[in-house]
Design a protein around this ligand. Structure first.
Ligand code: ADP
Length: 588
């Protein structure tokens, strides 16, 4: 493009120089030629007049032969051809040719003029002289009477030689002027195009994103002003782009840091943005999902219908979907239109993993059902026995005593259940954490073992304690940990047959203290192990109920241990025995 401008400037200048030089040259040659011819004509007129004066007498006397001689002499002297013509057009004297051999000259234009008393002249090619001549004729007048005409002819070649010289001079001038013009126009074009080239190179750099580039900025001319404007525009653009980029990165940071999954679609349903949470939640990646239709990314026609509806009706919607990969989940999707300049430009879908909420809801429902069931059983027994008593059994003392004792047992059971439910409820509201203290596990375990020891002896089960001399105290609540130990030992006692063996050991496990309660009891099937800590869960319902359990003990135990920052677990082999263990952090 720049080359174009430069060559256009140079060719325009050259054209102008050549045209003006040519016009000037032609005009000059023409003027010089005309000037020379009119000068020559004037001197020839004077010379012809002189000749006419000189030959006038002889012509009047009719002395033709002498006239011819004089003419030849004068022709030599004047370096011109002189012709003397009679009024009838007959040539009576000629300095070059013999008059007798010459044809009538009456119709020669210059002669015709002269014979009418005026000065006649013409430039024409002479057949006899074989050259272009200037003819000038004047009348020979005697007493207002025209006797004939004197004509002078000079070949124009002399003038033409001068003109040819002038022409070659002119050509040299034109050539020199052209060369100078080329040189100057190249310089001028360079001076003009260089700043443009500079601006162009700078603009290319700016276009490629190099916003710190500054283009040519001189002073005064329009190109400099253009440079300054581009520089100002670049600076302003850079500021705007930085602002937009900052806003975008802030937005991206917010979106990517959001715990909720976010997918942004354009108004064709093509995926534009996927944040990290959405990637994890849905098991997809932005790289694989970008520019794909949402239906290809999440194969859920219901969700797709909702998105399309939202695009058409411009209304927010929420929708629940079940996802099976990478994990089974229930996800709530909030679908909302995204507006740009008051028209819908796309859709934002926000995903919330509500699996846990749903699980908790289910747990609550199960808990209420289980609790009601557990409460109803003793209540039904109490009500049944009470009605029987009221129906007349009261009068039968041994029967009524037996019935009242059953009522008493069931009331106890009810009380225990209510107490356990209360404990669970307290634990769930995290009230325990406030009552932390330093607890010495060795003395605590010895104390519990002493309290419960008799029950073990009664069932002929040996209870051994493998306790170190000294161990770091733990950070917990003594009564609660006692409850944990009692629960675990009571379970071991319950589920270990006669002549069995139960061992409590305490070890230092680094940051924690680990307590294990090992028994040689009935054991728990492998597949049941993960569930034994669930509320109301019992491996063998009938047996457990018979032994007075509600399936809440281990759940309460685990809750207590976790409330003080510990962990709880179980290992068991069916028919061989179980190991229930828990850890508690040391009290530093
Ligand atoms: P429960 O009051 O019924 O004992 P737990 O929550 O304490 O309730 O225990 C849940 C279930 O775990 C019990 O019903 C029993 O099936 C099983 N279990 C607990 N401890 C042992 C153990 N030491 N040996 C075998 N099974 C046990």
């Amino acid at each position: 493009m720049i080359r174009g401008i430069r060559s256009r400037i140079i060719s325009t200048y050259l054209f102008l120089i050549l045209i003006s030089m040519a016009v000037l040259g032609i005009l000059l040659i023409w003027i010089i030629k005309e000037y020379n011819i009119s000068n020559l004509k004037l001197s020839m007129t004077n010379e012809a007049k002189l000749v006419s004066e000189l030959v006038y007498d002889r012509v009047q006397l009719g002395d033709i032969s002498e006239v011819n001689k004089d003419i030849k002499i004068m022709g030599r002297e004047l370096n011109a051809r002189i012709t003397l013509v009679h009024t009838n057009g007959k040539v009576i004297g000629d300095s070059f040719f013999e008059p007798g051999a010459m044809d009538n000259h009456r119709n020669r234009p210059e002669i015709r003029e002269a014979l009418q008393g005026r000065v006649g002249s013409q430039i024409r090619f002479s057949e006899s002289a074989r050259a272009e001549n200037l003819y000038v004729a004047v009348p020979i007048i005697a007493d207002n009477f025209i006797l004939g005409a004197v004509r002078l002819a000079i070949p124009l070649k002399n003038i033409n030689i001068t003109l040819t010289k002038l022409l070659s001079l002119l050509f040299s001038g034109i050539l020199a002027a052209t060369l100078l013009g080329v040189f100057l126009s190249v310089k001028l074009a360079k001076g003009l195009t260089e700043p443009i080239e500079n601006i162009n190179a700078g603009a290319k750099k700016i276009a490629s994103g190099n916003w710190d580039t500054r283009v040519y900025s001189g002073y005064g001319d329009e190109i400099a002003e253009l440079g300054n404007t581009i520089n100002f525009m670049t600076k302003t653009l850079k500021e705007h782009i930085e602002e937009v980029a900052e806003g975008k990165s802030r937005m991206e940071n917010i979106v990517s840091a959001m715990a909720s999954g976010v997918i942004v679609l354009d108004n064709y349903g093509m995926v534009k943005i996927v944040n990290r949470a959405a990637e994890e939640m849905l098991g997809i990646s932005l790289a694989a999902a970008e520019e794909k239709h949402i239906l290809e990314v999440i194969r859920h026609f219901g969700l797709n219908d909702q998105i399309e509806k939202c695009l058409i009706q411009e209304k927010t919607a929420d929708y629940e979907i079940a996802v099976y990969y990478p994990k089974e989940k229930i996800i709530k999707c909030y679908i909302a239109p995204v507006y740009r300049e008051k028209t819908v430009a796309g859709i934002t879908v926000v995903f919330h993993d509500i699996t846990q909420i749903r699980k908790l809801e289910q747990m609550r429902v199960d808990f209420v059902a289980n609790a009601s069931h557990e409460l109803r059983t003793p209540l039904t027994v109490i009500k049944g026995y009470a009605e029987t008593l009221l129906g007349g059994a009261l009068n039968d003392r041994p029967v009524s005593e037996k019935f009242v004792s059953v009522i008493d047992q069931e009331a106890d059971r009810l009380q225990r259940l209510v107490n356990e439910l209360l404990t669970l409820s307290k634990l769930e509201s995290y009230q325990t954490v406030k009552d932390e203290q330093s607890v010495d596990l060795i003395s605590l375990i010895q104390e519990v073992a002493n309290e419960i020891g008799q029950s073990f002896s009664n069932k002929e089960i040996s209870l051994s304690l493998k306790l170190p001399q000294r161990i770091n105290p733990v950070k917990a609540n003594e009564d609660r940990i006692k409850q944990v130990m009692v629960n675990l030992l009571e379970n071991a006692l319950k589920f270990t047959p006669k002549k069995g063996w139960v061992c409590v050991s305490v070890v230092d496990a680094g940051v924690d203290i680990k307590v294990c309660v090992k028994d040689t009891g009935i054991g728990i099937p492998q597949e049941e192990l993960p569930r034994v800590f669930e509320r109301f869960y019992r491996v063998d319902k009938a047996r457990s109920r018979q032994l007075g359990g509600f399936g809440l003990g281990l759940s309460i135990t685990k809750h207590i241990v976790e409330a003080y920052g510990g962990k709880m677990g179980v290992e068991s082999t069916l028919g061989e025995g179980s190991i229930f263990w828990f850890t508690l952090p040391k009290h530093e």
